[in-house]
Design a binder for this molecule. Structure first.
Ligand code: COA
Length: 250
């Protein structure tokens, strides 16, 4: 369990909220574990028909906690098992996933959206994946899912060149379905979730499997990325980048 993740069921819709405001929703191992629990248990609750992932005003998520990355780099570990469990839970979720994004969506804050079936973003949303700037490689299956969604060149610009997307650009490349004022984002996401939840559940599940393709393929790519990510975490490039962030002048 993590105090920084809340899970609430509203009828057939489960809302999983990242709630670590002082660190802009940077994700720790215990937060990943709690989100994995929420996604996995939704699969076994017949009454839950859709899951909404939400953050806070101004911060969907600042990505993986960089102090934990730095620790993993010095100890020789790679991404921890809670992270990997969460990524697999995304790839293998049997429930449609909706996201409500306000403000920052950095690293996994953006790549988890590639697993979602419907994304509503606030006008202040900003998506960025500074993996390569940190000496790392893309994760969460994004090396497979981003080019599939937006084409090679736009995926390269996002994932390798590290160019952020604002809400309009994210809408344009298909990363999000709709843009709304920040105050309306969750209402819009909930409307979409309740719409999905009211559809015939078996037909939704089968159609979703057809549209998404094989979860095994996505999970296999996640595992390839995890292996390469572990190597990159040990690199001098990555260690210097973590040190620079953690020691930056305030
Ligand atoms: N890991 C750990 N702590 C983080 C964090 C992260 N990914 N992102 C933000 N924080 C912490 C900051 O250290 C700061 O903590 P402090 O007040 O105890 O010093 C707090 O959250 C607020 O962040 P701050 O940098 O002051 O806010 P900002 O609005 O100026 O900038 C970001 C926000 C997200 C642009 C900036 O914090 C950042 O670049 N974070 C790193 C993002 C990242 O590289 N994530 C990993 C991607 S793979």
């Amino acid at each position: 369990m993590s105090d920084h993740i809340t899970v609430a069921d509203q009828g057939p819709v489960r809302i999983v909220r990242m709630n670590r405001p002082d660190k802009k929703n940077a994700l720790t191992a215990s937060m990943y574990a709690a989100m994995a629990d929420a996604l996995e248990s939704a699969n076994s609750h017949r009454d839950i028909r859709c899951v909404v992932i939400a953050g806070l005003p101004g911060a969907f998520s600042a990505g993986n906690d960089l102090a934990e990355f730095s620790q993993a780099a010095t100890s020789g570990e790679g991404l921890g098992s809670p992270v990997i469990r969460f990524l697999h839970a995304l790839a293998r979720s049997e429930r449609p996933l909706v996201a409500a994004v306000q403000g920052l969506a950095v690293g996994v804050g953006t790549t988890m959206l590639l697993h979602c079936d419907h994304v509503v973003a606030a006008t202040d949303a900003r998506f960025s994946t500074p993996f390569v700037n940190l000496g790392l490689v893309p994760e969460a299956g994004s090396s497979l899912l981003a080019p599939r969604l937006m084409g090679h060149r736009r995926a390269f610009e996002l994932l390798v060149m590290g160019r952020p997307l604002d809400a309009a650009a994210a809408l344009n490349c298909g990363l999000v379905n709709a843009v709304a004022p920040a105050g309306d984002v969750e209402t819009e996401a909930m409307k979409a979730a309740h719409h999905i939840a009211a559809l015939p559940a078996e037909a939704v599940a089968t159609s979703r499997r057809l549209i998404r393709g094989s979860p095994d393929e996505i999970a296999a790519r996640i595992d390839d990325e995890v292996r390469l990510f572990k190597e990159r975490l040990q690199s001098a490039e990555a260690q210097a980048a973590f040190k620079a962030f953690l020691n930056r002048k305030r």
